[in-house]
Design a protein around this ligand. Structure first.
Ligand code: G3P
Length: 227
């Protein structure tokens, strides 16, 4: 399973990369706003995405901010010039599907975002999206089952052999990652906080403390002169 970080914050991307587990990055307009606020200055979108693309060798999703075919195509083509690892994030709307297919004809890969139903995901695969992004947490937020959405997408894609990768998104906690992994989602994108939570286990901490204190006692014994 590939791990992407869901952020546009360069410091967070650096931190995840240093952990040795990072395969790529997903961004969106809201995450750009957060990164800009944290930077304390307006960020140049293209320049910022270029910096992220330089940081990681894997795919970096950069989202269009358009809802018409022509405008999505224009922005998609521009974004694709930034780097080879840019994937154009396109909303799951009629013009978006049309653009995903047209971008593919030009060799430009897309991540179809804002997916909330398995039949939407079926359309994205038929249009030729490289990735489909089901938003797990946002489905859970409306008292529905985000994991069931992922399960059904994987089932449909497996039956028909679609190559579109399932990118579990809107991940809020480690159980979303565990269940996505068990279901065979190709990618999980998550905030830095969730990646860090995956590391922690109380028994690891208890075991490590015991090893450290026993080692200290062992060294004290070794330092004590034998009579
Ligand atoms: O990248 C999009 C997605 O992961 C959004 O997550 O937490 O805003 O629902 P969230």
């Amino acid at each position: 399973m590939k791990f992407f970080i869901d952020t546009a914050d360069l410091a967070e991307i650096h931190e995840a990369k240093d952990m040795g587990v990072l395969d790529g990055v997903t961004t969106n307009p809201s995450l750009m706003r957060v990164a800009s606020e944290r930077a304390g200055k307006p960020l140049d979108f293209f320049d910022h995405i270029a910096k992220i693309c330089n940081l990681v060798s894997g795919d970096v999703s950069a989202e269009v901010t358009a809802v018409t075919f022509d405008e999505i195509m224009k922005q998609g083509r521009e974004l694709a010039t930034i780097a080879d690892n840019v994937v154009v994030k396109v909303p799951l709307i009629l013009d978006g599907l049309k653009a995903i297919n047209a971008l593919l004809q030009e060799g430009i890969r897309s991540n179809c975002t804002l997916c909330f139903s398995p039949t939407q995901a079926l359309l994205a695969a038929k249009a030729g999206a490289a990735y489909i992004s089901p938003f797990i947490g946002r489905v859970d937020d409306i008292s529905s089952d985000g994991m069931k959405l992922v399960q059904e997408i994987i089932e449909i894609y497996t039956i028909y052999g679609y190559e579109t990768e399932v990118l579990a998104a809107s991940i809020r906690h480690p159980m979303h990652v565990l269940e996505s992994a068990l279901m065979g989602a190709h990618v999980a994108t998550m905030p830095l906080g969730v990646i860090k939570k995956l590391v922690s286990h109380p028994l690891t901490d208890i075991g490590l403390n015991k090893f450290m204190s026993d080692w200290e006692k062992f060294e004290q014994q070794s330092d004590t002169p034998q009579s």
